[in-house]
Design a protein around this ligand. Structure first.
Ligand SMILES: Cc1ncc(COP(=O)(O)O)c(C=O)c1O
Length: 450
């Protein structure tokens, strides 16, 4: 089937809309503007397209909205807050919501994470965390610790720090002359020969953590500030950490005085059946970044959670002096804080992290039922994160995945593809019939697509 034939013929209601001005993020702008896929409202598990069709969302927004779209409690909290305190300067002035949310987050986080810095996105949380790690070594008398270690096939957002430690070449290649110096990369853990069709954590691959020792031997531990990894790599296509891999990283970092940062922008807030993935894996880092599910995606917000010792190390010098020259105009924004507080209430009141745990097996069975379907070369999952990897077309890597995305949308299903990997991040209280409905559509589309 040709690309054109698959372009869904959406006659959006607002055909008078001029699509030209908006430079869309992470989008094939020209192809999109030729054949737009437009949504105009959302409710629960569904979007409504501008042509009135209901679209079942299999990615909970963009891994953001685990509690369901337009959750009434969060909507109400936002409406109330925006009418009461629309904006509050957060440099040298405070407002109660940000303090309350920071306190609530530290209670959810593992013991010892007593402090929280607010940002507006995951990318900002990552760059903030890297700066905190570098600053920590400065204020504790180890100024040579300036090197940062990331991992291949990792995504840490799009700011310069994040793409430098990140491991997706597409986000780096245009800027390769301008990335942060002194960054190193662990090998990724993706290996279909060893781990294809793993359910949960693959058994093979823990030894790849030992590669950190090689980097340390070459650079010397006295120069290395931090290691940053996603506990489960999300955007690279749901790469689940092999059994014992994260524990090994922790142990090596401890042995060499290196800070361990977990980027939990996707994996926090129930995505793997716990408040934070580090709790599920029982490997506790020194710094956690998060965003997305923090406000259920309703208002942009990110956060960096740090252990008490890290915060305390900065709290020196004269009391009138600013300890960390960093922050954003919208750090701890009152409307975002209100959304965050209401979201945490919803998670708790509706028992959504437990729901995610209960749904994990149903999701696992549903997604693995596609084993043997045309084009499928791997399926993997953990918590409510899963991926179906398709065989790329010989001369056109990524096109098959993109066509599946478009055809699914035409058939009432939102599926995200990263190249030829289809990624799933269902709502925390998704039901068996919806899992079946979603994967039936995907199966039928795969049968149709070249
Ligand atoms: C692990 C991780 N870190 C950072 C980011 C960047 O977050 P944002 O798009 O909010 O800047 C993402 C986004 O998907 C992510 O998955």
């Amino acid at each position: 089937m040709s690309l054109e034939a698959l372009n869904d013929p959406i006659s959006h209601a607002d055909s008078a809309l001029n699509l030209n001005a908006y430079w869309m993020p992470f989008t094939a702008n020209r192809a999109f503007k030729d054949n737009p896929r437009m949504i105009e409202s959302a409710d629960g598990f569904y979007y409504t397209a501008t042509d009135g069709r209901k679209i079942l969302d299999t990615l909970s927004g963009l891994w953001t909205s685990g509690a369901g779209h337009c959750h009434p409690k969060i909507v109400k909290a936002v409406q109330k807050q925006v009418a009461k305190l629309d904006y509050a300067v957060s440099f040298q002035i405070g407002h109660p919501g940000a303090f309350e949310l920071a306190e609530r987050l530290t209670k959810l986080a593992p013991e010892g994470f007593d402090h929280c810095f607010f940002t507006n996105s995951g990318s900002e949380a990552v760059d903030t965390a890297l700066k905190i790690a570098l600053g920590y070594h400065q204020v504790t008398g180890n100024p040579t610790r300036t090197h940062l270690v990331g991992r291949e096939k990792s995504y840490h957002g799009v700011n310069f720090g994040g793409i430098s430690v990140g491991g997706l070449s597409a986000t780096r290649k245009m800027f390769s002359g301008s990335l942060l110096p002194n960054t190193h990369h662990l090998p990724h853990t993706h290996n279909l020969e060893q781990n294809a069709y793993s359910r949960g954590q693959p058994k093979w691959g823990a030894h790849l953590a030992d590669e950190l020792e090689r980097i340390i031997t070459l650079q010397d531990a006295s120069n290395i500030a931090a290691v940053i990894v996603e506990p489960v790599a999300g955007s690279a296509g749901v790469l689940v950490p092999p059994v014992d891999y994260l524990r090994k990283l922790r142990e090596i970092c401890d042995r060499h005085g290196i800070l361990l940062i977990f980027d939990e922008v996707i994996t926090a807030f129930g995505r793997v059946g716990a408040a934070f993935a580090c709790q599920r894996f029982d490997v506790i880092p020194d710094i956690i970044t998060t965003a997305k599910g923090l406000t259920n995606g309703m208002i942009p917000m990110g956060a960096v959670l740090v252990r008490k010792e890290i915060y305390d190390a900065f709290m020196n010098g004269p009391e009138y002096a600013i300890e960390f020259f960093h922050g954003y105009t919208y750090s701890g924004h009152p409307v975002a804080a209100a959304a965050g507080l209401a979201t945490l209430d919803v998670y708790e009141e509706e028992g959504l992290f437990e729901c995610a745990r209960e749904n994990e097996k149903i999701f696992e069975d549903a997604i693995h039922s596609l084993q043997g379907t045309r084009h499928v070369i791997d399926i993997r999952n953990i918590g409510l994160m899963g991926a179906i990897e398709l065989e790329p077309r010989e001369d056109d890597p990524g096109v098959r995945g993109y066509e599946v995305h478009k055809q699914c949308f035409a058939e009432g299903l939102l599926v995200r593809n990263g190249m030829d990997i289809l990624m799933f991040s269902p709502f925390l209280r998704f039901t068996q019939d919806l899992f079946e409905k979603a994967f039936d559509i995907v199966t039928n589309v795969l049968k149709k697509i070249d």
